[in-house]
Design a protein around this ligand. Structure first.
Ligand code: NAD
Length: 353
């Protein structure tokens, strides 16, 4: 197949990990006889420096035309003044809005060989394979009223419409069909009217997916259950803020932030794929960043935007095999252990493929 993929390497370790994800996409194309056009564009802090715009119009236009977009990470101390007029993360928010991406998929893969790096007992991690589906463009972060006047009162409003809940619930239910057919929907329906609407809307949509078991959980009790028995869950569906918090909580199960991929999807096949981590300025430029989050993001791109399921699974299997062989970047090495570089890890995954 032919595909047009835009790369947004970004700042800090972004270019380092994106190069390895691009290496894997190129290998997948060569092996399968596909033609992937990979074009890099400026975005984030580097685009502020060069174009006075974190999302230059030419970058946005290329993303809109692409089949998929793969991002490294944006930001860093140089651009972190909160009062600055131009901020790298504004580019990312604008890009999500422009591409109409309303569902954020964050898998938390737990590779058995990495269990010692997670703070939970290894037996609790056996068989854990979570997929968070977080609503991305609604809820309290985007409510119509955000106010802090001069007084002692401030407001943020939590609003959800039936349509907003239903479309993200469908993403979770469809994803569950390709997995273990279980969705845990998270809310706070005992206290919040918006969350009663959430539960009602999820229940209504679930009626069309009788083969998927949907359970409802209050967010506070669920936060505890998630650490007590993570293997009990599969797809976890949540609103913007609860999904944000719970997916970060669950990230520790994977052993390192550098391991985690993500996808932001809309109503079509196009998506934005990026590792969960930031630009890691503390290790940037040293060639020691873990590229696996970026490589697994490329696997999500193959699956969701290009519908190359077998190729996506092959990349995931290659990553697992490399970890089983004992290869570790610095973030996964205990004191005194031997670490490989970003580029050695990428080459090892390529060789396994
Ligand atoms: P961070 O994720 O960049 O780093 C947190 C810690 O994890 C650091 O110690 C870092 O070295 C380590 N780490 C992260 N990714 C790693 C990898 N692939 N391999 C090895 N170690 C890794 O978070 P932060 O320090 O809070 O933020 C740094 C900058 O990144 C900030 O400017 C922030 O705004 C930005 N940020 C961007 C995104 C994004 O682009 N989507 C997301 C989060 C943070």
């Amino acid at each position: 197949m032919q595909a047009n993929i835009v790369l947004l390497p970004g700042d800090g370790i972004g270019p380092e990990v994106t190069a390895e994800a691009a290496r894997i996409l190129t290998a997948v194309a060569d092996l399968g006889g596909h033609e992937f056009q990979l074009d890099s564009h400026p975005m984030g802090g580097n685009a502020i420096d060069d174009f006075q715009n974190p999302l230059p119009p030419t970058t946005l236009a290329s993303c809109k035309e692409a089949d998929a977009v793969l991002l490294g990470a944006v930001g860093g101390p140089k651009w972190s003044d909160p009062t600055a007029e131009l901020r790298p993360e504004q580019g990312l928010l604008d890009l999500r809005a422009e591409l109409g991406l309303f569902a954020n998929l964050r898998p938390v893969p737990v590779f058995e060989s990495l269990a010692p790096f997670a703070p939970l007992k290894p037996e609790l991690l056996r068989g854990v394979d979570l997929l968070f589906v977080r609503e991305l463009t609604g809820g309290i972060y985007f409510g119509p009223r955000h106010e802090q006047g001069d007084g002692d009162v401030a407001y943020d409003t939590l609003v959800y419409s039936t349509a907003e809940v239903e479309r993200v619930a469908r993403v979770a239910l469809r994803a569950a069909r390709g997995r273990s057919r279980k969705v845990a929907s998270i809310d706070k329906a005992n206290v919040l009217a918006s969350m009663r609407l959430w539960r009602r809307s999820v229940t209504e949509v679930a009626g069309a997916y009788p083969d998927v078991e949907v359970t409802h959980h209050l967010v506070d009790a669920f936060a505890m259950q998630l650490m007590r028995s993570p293997a009990d869950y599969d797809v976890i569906l949540a609103g913007n803020m609860f999904g944000d918090i719970l997916s970060d909580e669950a990230a520790i199960l994977a052993g390192s932030l550098g391991m985690l991929p993500s996808a932001s999807l809309g109503s079509g096949k196009q998506g934005l794929y990026e590792p969960v981590h930031g630009s890691a300025p503390d290790i940037a430029g040293r060639g020691i960043a873990n590229p696996i989050g970026a490589i697994l993001s490329a696997a999500m791109l193959l699956r969701h935007s290009l519908e190359l399921d077998a190729e996506a699974s092959n990349v995931e299997t290659a990553v697992a095999a490399v970890l089983d062989d004992g290869l570790r970047t610095a973030d996964l090495v205990s004191e005194g252990g031997q670490a490989v570089s970003t580029d050695e890890m990428g080459r090892a995954v390529e060789a396994k493929l």
